[in-house]
Design a protein around this ligand. Structure first.
Ligand code: NAD
Ligand code: UDP
Ligand code: UDP
Length: 319
């Protein structure tokens, strides 16, 4: 028997970067966790330390197929997140976002379970307003290389709100801004993992475009805290709510910080900017502050130091 208040919680994409940290957190709170993942970008290695826990279960399953399990809450994170990964098989990316959302909402409807969608700042596309507030409808190219992810995630949000209106489901949507930390895939092509790996290997550091585009980087522990707080809100809180760190930096500043922290001899080299790459991104987190009492606590340098230590272990072959 579990403690009173313990729930059975499904985390889709639970063997990925964010999902593995969320599973850890939920187990630490005394819940039973069912981690579902098809290992497209996630790995068993990310959750291997949890496998001995009797309250943890790992199931290989693709969310584009129906899933019949019994749980109280669902965090829907299954979807590749790095542009390199989600553009590898764009049709599958759209299927994962849209059909995956339908299946998980169907599951939530049968169980009357509360369900949270991990949406993204990419729903704002290349934003024309800055910082981005939840009321902004976005500037998204519907037919470009990023569209499978952006439009897939937008459609998933639509489904969450329509299941709520049509079937009275308790749905919640958070929009996650660039998040980094240990267990990012070293070869996922995202800027933090790329630049740290390059710095540690003393390879050239690749800046796309002129490096003046901006992002706002949130440390994973802060993100997980925001996600759990959102799930804990009352039935009237639907979101979407931005979760991210409002401290904005250019990609060149990020590179300089990583070189500084690693003491690397790497040099900066410039590559063409990928198509539709957003020029600027920063969350307005006023709503998260007000509704969730949440704001990030880990500063970029501190988060980068922890992430660099993780990648040093990866390179040294240490578990
Ligand atoms: P990730 O690639 O590490 O994790 C995604 C996980 O989903 C992987 O374990 C992958 O194997 C799994 N997956 C993919 N397709 C699946 C399918 N069809 N069925 C079952 N599992 C599947 O990425 P992440 O950074 O941990 O992102 C997790 C979620 O958060 C994603 O939904 C992503 O869109 C969202 N998000 C992340 C960020 C970020 O900066 N990390 C930003 C915005 C949104
Ligand atoms: N579904 C699932 N698990 C369940 C219930 C439903 O995977 O426990 C899937 C099923 O594939 C279904 C989808 O969720 O097609 C949507 O369910 P919903 O009840 O909304 O629609 P319908 O069953 O009418 O297609
Ligand atoms: N980027 C870069 N060098 C790299 C990888 C990415 O300059 O080696 C840039 C990329 O063009 C984008 C920013 O860094 O402007 C963030 O890229 P990432 O793929 O991490 O996330 P997203 O574009 O989805 O925010």
């Amino acid at each position: 028997m579990r403690d009173e208040g313990a729930k059975r919680i499904l985390v889709t994409g639970g063997a990925g970067f964010l999902g593995s940290h969320l599973c850890e957190r939920l187990l630490a709170e005394g819940h039973d966790v069912l981690c579902v993942d098809n290992f497209f970008t996630g790995t068993r290695r990310n959750v291997v330390h949890l496998l001995g826990d009797p309250h943890f279960e790992l199931l290989r399953h693709d969310v584009t197929f129906p899933l019949y399990v019994e749980v109280d809450e669902i965090y829907n994170l299954a979807c590749p997140a790095s542009p390199v990964h989600y553009q590898h098989d764009p049709v599958q990316t759209t299927k994962t976002s849209v059909i995956g959302a339908i299946n998980m909402l169907g599951l939530a409807k049968r169980l009357r379970a509360r369900i949270l969608q991990a949406s993204t700042s990419e729903v704002y596309g290349d934003p024309e307003i800055h910082p981005q507030t939840e009321g902004y409808w976005g500037n998204v190219n519907p037919i470009g290389f990023r569209s499978c992810y952006d439009e897939g995630k937008r459609c998933a949000e639509t489904l969450f709100f329509d299941y709520r209106r049509q079937h009275q489901l308790e749905t919640k949507v958070i929009r996650i801004f660039n998040t980094f930390g240990p267990r990012m895939h070293p070869n996922d092509g995202r800027v933090v993992s790329n630049l740290i790996m390059q710095a540690l290997r003393a390879e050239d550091i690749t800046l796309y475009g002129n490096g003046e585009q901006t992002r706002s980087f949130c440390y994973v522990d802060d993100l997980v805290e925001g996600m759990v707080r959102m799930m804990g809100t009352g039935p009237d809180v639907t979101g979407p709510i931005n979760i991210g760190n409002p401290v904005e930096s250019t990609i060149r500043e990020l590179a300089d910080t990583i070189i500084d922290l690693t003491g690397s001899a790497s040099k900066l080299v410039y590559h063409p900017l990928p198509p539709d790459d957003p020029r600027q991104r920063r969350p307005d987190i006023g709503m998260a502050r007000k509704v969730l009492g949440w704001e990030p606590r880990v500063a970029l340098r501190e988060g980068l130091m922890r992430t660099i230590a993780y990648f040093e272990n990866v390179l040294a072959g240490r578990p």
